[in-house]
Design a protein around this ligand. Sequence first.
Ligand code: ARG
Length: 418
Amino acid sequence: MSTSKLTLNVQSEIGKLEAVMLHYPGPEVENMTPKNAQRALYSDILNLSIAQKEYAQLKGVLEKTSLVYKVSDLLEKVLEIPGQRLSLLQKICVTEQVEDYFDYLLELSSSQLTKILIEGLPMQVKTLTDFLKEEYYALQPLYNFYFTRDTSVTIGNTSLVCKMANAVRMRESFIMDAIFNSGLFFNGKITNMYDASQNNPSVKIEGGDVLVAREDVLLIGSGARTSPQAIDLLIQELCREKLSKRHVIVQQLPETPESFIHLDMAFTFLDKNTAMVYKPLILNSNPYKTVHIQIENGKVVKIAPMNNIPAALKKLGMEVEPVICGGRADDWDQEREQWHSGANFLAIAPGKVISYARNINTLEELNKKGFEIVRADDVISGRFDMETSVKCVVTLDGSELPRGGGGPRCMTMPLRRQ
Ligand SMILES: NC(=[NH2+])NCCC[C@H](N)C(=O)O
């Protein structure tokens, strides 16, 4: 991590990645039992030591190609500043109803406090009421913190702090807000969706649903995690900038199964003119609407239905050739690989992407389209030089990480792209 401030700038999903925010999964991902895994938003429980080995591959590849900011390092620095520590703790203690612990937390060292805010604070059982709650934690662990994509989004020079759909992820957003607002690390603007929503409970939005297709084009999923009310509010915020023209393409998503939580589980950009798609949702006819919202001089001027995302993009001069997640041949393969984040790609440069090795039908499809398939370890060791490749997929071992419910795009929050 560098010491000078980084200027935020993301104008696409594929421009060469220059800086990214990560959280390395720690004990918090194991601080659960099968009984409460669902509340933690997991479909299964994880094995940390394997998850960490897999994660090390992602981190290793990113460190080779981009600046990496580690959330816990940034948080610790923010907590060093008394005023910022106080306001973050007040916010957390009030919203999570743990005011009794405020004085104790305030006195901890910044590194202890960082650890507790991420890994959870065990409850002190002092009353019968506490005892009968059958809760182990006063502050729940941040099980999903390694999915840094969801709690904030860099749109151009602005960091959008997301209003999470589930209370169990709310503290993640508060931490991101404190990091961006500290003024210590980044130059850029901040839009906080909690503040903007004025506590309207129907406003919810998560970064996995927001894709910056082009400087003037956002793709937004609307479903379990992002509501139409939040998209309307985001548009209002965008309208303040009074850019002459802007487009928002909204894709409705199924509420179940949970592998459709975000748009990036069904559609991600791979290259300037290529995107990974889950065919049944993105290309086939289905009940889920695609809507084009046109903004001019700070006003919504048109809201119109579209056939699908590729058709809407084409209208805006962005032709994308779809690559089929799971391959063309078998719809079971498509379903199985989509479930294991097979459509969730992170581009680290145009045509250079990261995904899980397990989704072999998806990889075969990419290989047919000219993408070399390489292992993360070969990139990290230098046996494979990504610079010499025109198009490649770097694959991560992914037996544990996908059980948390996401892939490489979900685990990375770009701060700056070329
Ligand atoms: N961008 C994504 N698709 N993120 C996946 C997040 C998964 C996480 N378990 C959740 O439910 O919140």
